[in-house]
Design a protein around this ligand. Sequence first.
Ligand code: NCD
Length: 338
Amino acid sequence: MNFAGSHILSIDQFQREDILKIFATADIMAPYALRKSQTRVLEGAILGNMFFESSTRTRISFGAAFNLLGGEVRETSGFSSSAIVKGESLQDTARVLSGYSDIICMRHPTEGSVADFASASRVPVINGGDGHNEHPTQALLDLYTIQSELRAQGRSLDTLRIAMIGDLKFGRTVHSLVRLLCLFTPARIVLVSPAELSMPAELVEALRSAGHDVFETDNLNQGISEVDIVYSTRIQEERFPSAEEADLYRGNFRLNQAVYTANCEPNTVIMHPLPRDSRAEANELDSDLDDNPNLAIFRQTDNGVLVRMALFALIFDVAHLVERYASDLPWRSTRRGL
Ligand code: NCD
């Protein structure tokens, strides 16, 4: 695809070579994200970050990624601080806000709303999550992480075995990840969920048509036993008709160190899009895994910055200029553990 000036709305708009281009561009962003150097390649550009649904890492990492390329960020969070509460349509909001920004990242609780907004926007729009539909940039950072974790173990995506666990019905991150895996070499894919929260049938069908071996089960121990990657997810309580209904499934699939040791292969990588629900009644990823070197959840969040920087650089068509606009940082990184 031609990235320059494009919206990023769905994984379905990509071919495999587009993904490889994003990943190669993400690789060159490491020195800037790690604060070894700075680049001003997007100096003067403005990102409008519009999040109509709660967000911590997606909103902040989009903003940080834009800042790291030298651009500025304007934000609005929630409906109450926007004119949508006065009855303004999403399309009018798009017509207005695209006059104030050079690119917009948006999250919204309704499926298809970001595409609707994009259709009236005069600048590129990136989907930061639209209801239970898609979360394309999360899937990109997830696959980028999967690739780098496998590489660190001397393996590759070509022999991937992955289990996705939890709320596969409402989880937009796994919906986008499934679409993304359809572009890659057939893998062994285990879908672990209660029957009521299973992966939508058309996505299972898409995986099978792409040649993947797909197994569906509600047995956690069995599901995580022969895979390289365990990808846990949160029960998407905000998408259930009532809190009581979400309660029925909360805490059904808890992964902790004992479960991991008893069932997983020694180097199985643990991932989660986050936030993990750490309340006692849920606790899908126990904090006793925090010392497990295979817990990749914070490498995932760090990688999110690289992948989002890459997308911005490609959309603004400056990936080849990033280094030319680089300079030394006058201060030393304050970040520990680099
Ligand atoms: C996810 C989301 O919002 O879809 N979070 C994220 O962006 N990393 C997952 C979730 O909320 O459970």
